[in-house]
Design a protein around this ligand. Structure first.
Ligand code: AMP
Length: 212
């Protein structure tokens, strides 16, 4: 099964991706995580994308397509995968179609900007395992420490108010057209992003059924 997750920053794509992997045994591909690893390693790619990521813009289609093209060739993708954060433009979506034929479902987690902005600025992320918390709504058990792996939690560089606003604008300008793109192809499944993580997951799992 090949799934695409679409949604504004902090809509809950990563949370749903983790639940979907556990249920369906799919590979997880987060282009944001992959880019953050490159930034942390200070690789040439990381140095190239660092400032555009921090400001809330998008890295070039060519660059991100090249990364995804290699990633989906890896063994763990043979039984299917979830793409979180890719495609983010219609150009990327068309390229994905060329690379893999067709997807099974594009899941759109729809949520209002005001709530997303609150979530973005309250978010804490584990730099080691990627788990995500919210200082107000879903705090870690011990303040500042990851429940899963015990690592010290951090605020992402692009989870500030200013970068958050820029990312929401980028989403509306460049990524929201994907909703219509996949709707026209009959692959879209839209879910209300304010229902709570478990309810959202139940809706998605209900739509996907027992597929593998
Ligand atoms: P994310 O973790 O998905 O919010 O991604 C963090 C940042 O990485 C984004 O704000 C972009 O700067 C960059 N990025 C991730 N995926 C893509 C993509 N598919 N196309 C362009 N830029 C991306």
């Amino acid at each position: 099964m090949k799934l695409v997750l679409i949604g504004a920053p902090a809509a809950g794509k990563g949370t749903q991706a983790r639940k979907l992997i556990a249920r369906y045994g799919l590979a997880y591909i987060s282009t944001g995580d992959m880019l953050r690893e490159e930034v942390a390693k200070k690789s040439e790619l990381g140095l190239n994308v660092k400032s555009v990521m921090a400001s809330g813009g998008l890295v070039s289609d060519e660059m991100i397509i090249a990364i995804v093209k290699e990633r989906i060739k890896e063994d763990d993708c043979k039984n299917g995968f979830i793409l979180d954060g890719f495609p983010r433009t219609v150009v990327q979506a068309k390229k994905l179609d060329e690379l893999i034929g067709n997807i099974d479902k594009a899941i759109y987690i729809n949520a209002p900007d005001e709530v997303m902005l609150e979530r973005i600025t309250a978010r804490e992320t584990c730099p080691k395992c990627g788990a995500s918390y919210n200082k107000i709504a879903i705090p870690s058990k011990v303040a500042g420490i990851c429940d899963v792996c015990g690592e010290k939690l951090e605020q992402r560089k692009d989870d500030t108010l200013e970068a958050g606003k820029a990312r929401l604008k980028t989403f509306h300008d460049q990524s929201e057209p994907l909703v219509e793109y996949y709707n026209a192809q009959g692959y879209l499944f839209e879910v209300d992003g304010l229902k709570g993580a478990d309810n959202i997951f139940n809706d998605i799992a209900g739509e996907l059924g027992e597929r593998a």
